[in-house]
Design a protein around this ligand. Sequence first.
Ligand code: MG
Length: 392
Amino acid sequence: MTLGTPPYSPRSVTILGSTGSVGQNAVELIDYHQGQFTVEAVTAHRNVALLAAQALKLRAKLAVIADPDLYPSLCQALAGSGIKAAAGEEAVIEAALYPAELVVAALVGSVGLKPCLTAIERGAILAFANKEVLVSAGDLVMQQVKKNGATLLPIDSEHNAIFQIYDPHQRDHIRRIILTASGGPFRTWSREAMAAAQPDQALRHPNWSMGAKITIDSATMMNKGLEIIEAHYLFGLAAAKIDVVIHPQSIIHSMLEYEDGSILAELGAPDMRTPIAHALAWPRRMSSTSSKLDLLTIADLQFFAPDLVKFPALNLARNCLLAGGAAPTIMNAANEIAVAAFLARQIGFAEITALVDQALNKIPNCALTSLEDILAIDFATRQTTLALIKQT
Ligand code: MG
């Protein structure tokens, strides 16, 4: 642990997915704490201009663009800087191999599985935002974390909140985790109005500023479904001990209830820079550029039960967790395809969750024993879901 005793040596960091919402916030915080961090590698999907600017600003050793067609542009942007440029999926895995103490896992989707496993296999600390990886391959990922002495630090605000108040020695005395959910942009909409919602309406999240995929997941509440599964793996609690409550203000980021009746909560402004700063500095603390919470302005905190009829994704996810095997993998892959199709205006809003349900009915559940099994089911589900979309 390089951040153990003063004088602290800089912590080495790699950011997988540096141009996304979480990645950009991580870059901002690292830049804000000049001298506290060194950067091994940054990777992005297609945003070459921002990736190159980040690599130059942070003086990274390696910059990787996942789309190989963009390799010449990256080389050009980094010419003369001494920063190594690389492209393609294998190069993203190479970035995860660079010897950073902490890897910010901020890719979107199960595409992050191999890079995350690579960082886990070398025992890194993962500041973990890529929840689809835990949903798609939770058993395998947690086995590898244990086997290799790696650490998962949740960046997802709910799980980061639980992590901050969770005492692993008292796990048997936890009555339940209470994940809070804003309810998304359609909390007060009718089912009919929701069914006709357009991408720009679904992308207007009331509280959080996030990427497109997670914002659509918030609108269907599949995001909270994914988070139930994420919480199960991170904290080792059964599905029955993970509850969801609607809290439209997003001030309480989640709660933990112990059997003696105590409920512990973490509060803050809805600003991802707080959990990202917490993970980057852990087990220490550092200042953050995030907004501050003024308690006097939040006198009215509300809590409601989720509407499971309007948001069927919540129970769908819970049932997949209970079913186990390939069900969560199928659910996640079908959802990734369905969300992309909605954003491309190929399907309506109500069809997102309906398609996930159809994919789950069409593909038989089975046990997953290896990475190859997971990748095969993930691929087959994508093909099946694309075929289902063509039929609509
Ligand atoms: Mg969250």
